[in-house]
Design a protein around this ligand. Structure first.
Ligand code: F6P
Length: 328
């Protein structure tokens, strides 16, 4: 391994996700393993601009593998979008003798990292951390598996009250532009319908399906809706629309919101974070830069950051078909 890099900075940026702490821990300990210094950068790119740095060693990351959120905090920095902001950040990195960066976050984080690299030729590696799972080049982003488990647990609880009252629930889950959480958690929780931006079900089909559901003797119905769904109405308007057209239904709405981003990471996310952290640091030490570490067929892989940003993480068509079949 060529060891030109002596000091690596690590930051978390954008929406936090369970598993970010486990990834920070892995990055810090991989640096220690290879006798490289590691600097934690607080509040993402904003902390880089302000020089909010702290040296980190193996003991600074004790007992965080099981914690949600991020000990380094996160931010969406408007200043880093300006050339002046990025110049300040670069000057701070040079002053602290930081040679390379590991950035943990979603596509906004990677876009910032790539731009920074193109301006300053600064080595950057990305680790995908977002509950939305909307990053091209990896089957799983950090936090996605945990969020799925959280959503399924909550919908199971909603089901108890829904069936006690013979009610229909619209449950909105996160996913700004993607339906991965809705589709997978919806199947896992036995939802009657799943509405995602990638597949336009249409209002007529929804009404039709709900009518059939009632006629088939179901005592409760759960419709899971991705927040980015484009059916044309928000979840509350959808409730009014369905109640107006199907008066036999007593409808309630539950917007799960930010609870989906919190909580202890699942074992899957902890192991994934540990693997990706090792690969990110060792890739930098091997002279690789501008890539994202990810997972494909359970193998850790590398995808150019530019591709990870531009590419689309497609919905699994077969899963859509499975959902259609088993929700009847
Ligand atoms: O990208 C992750 C995510 O949780 C999305 O699902 C959601 O739309 C967004 O972040 C919410 O962002 P914020 O916490 O800034 O409101």
């Amino acid at each position: 391994m060529t060891q030109k890099i002596k000091k690596i900075g690590v930051l978390t940026s954008g929406g936090d996700s369970p598993g970010m702490n486990a990834a920070i821990r892995s990055v810090v300990r991989t640096c220690a393993y290879h006798n490289i210094e590691c600097i934690g950068i607080y509040r993402g790119y904003q902390g880089m601009i302000e020089g909010d740095f702290e040296e980190m060693g193996p003991r600074s990351v004790n007992n965080i593998i099981n914690k949600g959120g991020t000990i380094l905090k996160s931010a969406r920095s408007a200043e880093f979008r300006t050339p002046e902001g990025r110049k300040k950040a670069y000057d701070n990195l040079v002053k602290a003798n930081i040679d390379a960066l590991v950035v943990i976050g979603g596509d906004g984080t990677f876009t910032g990292g790539l731009l920074f690299n193109s301006e300053y030729n600064f080595p950057v590696m990305g680790i995908p951390g977002t509950i939305d799972n909307d990053i091209y080049g990896t089957s799983h982003t950090l936090g996605y598996d945990t969020a799925l488990n959280t959503v399924v647990e909550v919908i199971d609880k909603i089901r108890d009250t829904a069936s006690s009252h013979n009610r229909l629930f619209f449950v909105e889950v996160m996913g700004r532009d993607a339906g991965h959480i809705a589709l997978n958690a919806g199947i896992g929780a036995g939802a009657e319908e799943i509405l995602i931006p990638e597949a336009d079900l249409g209002l007529d089909r929804l009404l039709d399906s709900l009518k059939k559901s009632k006629a088939s003797g179901k005592s409760s119905s759960i419709v899971v809706i991705a927040e980015g769904d484009k059916i044309g109405k928000n979840v509350f308007e959808l409730k009014d629309y369905v109640e107006a057209n199907l008066p036999e239904y007593d409808v309630r709405v539950s917007v799960l919101g930010h609870m989906q981003r919190g909580g202890a990471p699942s074992c899957f996310d902890r192991v994934l974070a540990s693997r990706l952290g090792v690969k990110a640091v060792e890739s930098l030490l091997d002279g690789v830069s501008n890539f994202m570490v990810g997972l494909s067929n359970d193998k850790v892989n590398l995808t150019p950051l530019a591709q990870a940003i531009k590419g689309k993480s497609e919905i699994d068509k077969e899963l859509l078909r499975v959902s259609d079949i088993i929700t009847t």
